[in-house]
Design a protein around this ligand. Structure first.
Ligand code: AQP
Length: 341
């Protein structure tokens, strides 16, 4: 079988660990909406609460962050009728397939994951077993839907390669052609949004400096201030995108502008070439406020009714199970588990 024999299906997830950034929006959410609206794939989107607890989460915060993330999805344009939207813990098939993949993935593969090395740091003896096993659960999140495509930011590339390795090893070991070899979808100008204070580092919610990122909760003043203060070099914008090759901070701001305005980098360069930062930064700030403010206003409105958010997620989980449970049952059968009830 090739991927063309599987139903075209997108899966992606975001951790409800709080502190959503412009990186999450441009690298993930906005592209989830684009894939939904393209109408070519069935789209399954998940708040991966079981991944979030691989590092400590205060229970009350986890509950709030899950609802806030659901509001972020919906306010950004994910339609819970057209896409399937739910939180991971409510579909036990993820964890059940995750266990099987724990037995397929090799220790050596997992130890090479750069996110494991970064997040466990020098204190890996004290990191949770879940943090180490995270990529096997992520493979299960994807493959329990036989997802053919996964839109993610560039930082998730290695985990998707591991997902492909797990699928291939399972298929090989059991002599089946059961799991698709999922294609990562890592494209567009904002596949890796960088920090506003250091163009060589990813924009991230865990950066100690709030100035390094745009939070989805930032108001217009904060957005304008952060872009105004964003680190750049003294030169004006060059004539072409190639001219930004060795200018990571400048390139990042142009990439953000292109992604927010849904234009190509070349098109943007045609407009802004030769500009000084004093002229470009306010343009960028205005654009960001124009695009992000309606999302945060809508999030606030949705969060006024958490019961309705829970109802939407519950319905999404039921729809997700209709796809996931038969795939899990077939996996058990392949593995040799006796279906005794
Ligand atoms: N800076 C980014 N640029 C592009 N895409 C990004 N993503 C995250 N940051 C960027 C994408 O957002 C999705 C959700 O990722 P996650 O739930 O794993 O969140 P995260 O990667 O933990 O977010 P942070 O801010 O990067 O957290 P920390 O600081 O804990 O590492 C993914 O598709 C991811 O690629």
């Amino acid at each position: 079988m090739t991927n063309a024999d599987f139903t075209p299906r997108v899966f992606s997830g975001i951790q409800p660990s709080g502190g959503l950034t412009l990186g999450n929006y441009l690298g993930a959410l906005k592209r989830f909406v684009d894939m939904q609206n393209a109408g070519t794939h069935e789209c399954v989107y998940c708040m991966v609460d079981q991944h979030a607890i691989t590092v400590w989460q205060n229970p009350a915060d986890l509950r709030n962050n899950t609802r806030e993330l659901a509001a972020f999805f919906i306010a950004s344009g994910v339609d819970p009728e057209r896409s399937i939207l739910f939180n991971q813990s409510q579909v036990p098939a993820h964890a059940q397939l995750g266990w099987i993949f724990n037995c397929v993935a090799r220790m050596g593969w997992m130890s090479r994951m750069t996110q494991w090395k970064d997040k466990s740091g020098k204190n890996s003896e004290n990191a949770s077993l879940g943090l180490f096993g995270y990529p096997a659960l992520m493979a299960a999140d994807i493959l329990v839907y036989h997802a053919t495509h996964v839109p993610v930011g560039d930082d998730q590339k290695q985990h998707l390669e591991l997902t492909r390795d797990i699928a291939a090893k399972f298929n090989h070991d059991y002599g089946v052609d059961f799991f698709p070899i999922t294609e990562p979808v890592i494209d567009g100008p904002a596949k890796r949004v960088m920090s506003l204070t250091d163009g060589t580092k990813k924009m991230s919610k865990s950066d100690p400096s709030d100035k390094s990122r745009i939070n989805m909760s930032d108001d217009a003043d904060a957005i304008a201030r952060k872009f105004r203060k964003a680190r750049t070099d003294p030169d004006p914008l060059p004539d072409s995108y190639e001219g930004l090759k060795d200018r990571p901070e400048a390139r990042n701001l142009v990439d953000i502008f292109a992604a927010l305005s849904e234009r190509t980098r070349e098109d943007v360069m045609g407009e802004v070439q030769g500009m000084q930062w004093g002229a470009f930064k306010p343009l960028l700030a205005d654009l960001a406020v124009e695009k992000l403010s309606p999302i945060s206003v809508e999030m606030t409105r949705l969060l006024d009714d958490p019961g309705e958010i829970d109802r939407i997620l519950g319905r999404g989980a039921e729809r997700a199970e209709e796809i996931a449970n038969p795939i899990l049952a077939k996996t058990y059968e392949i593995v040799g588990m006796v279906a005794s009830k």
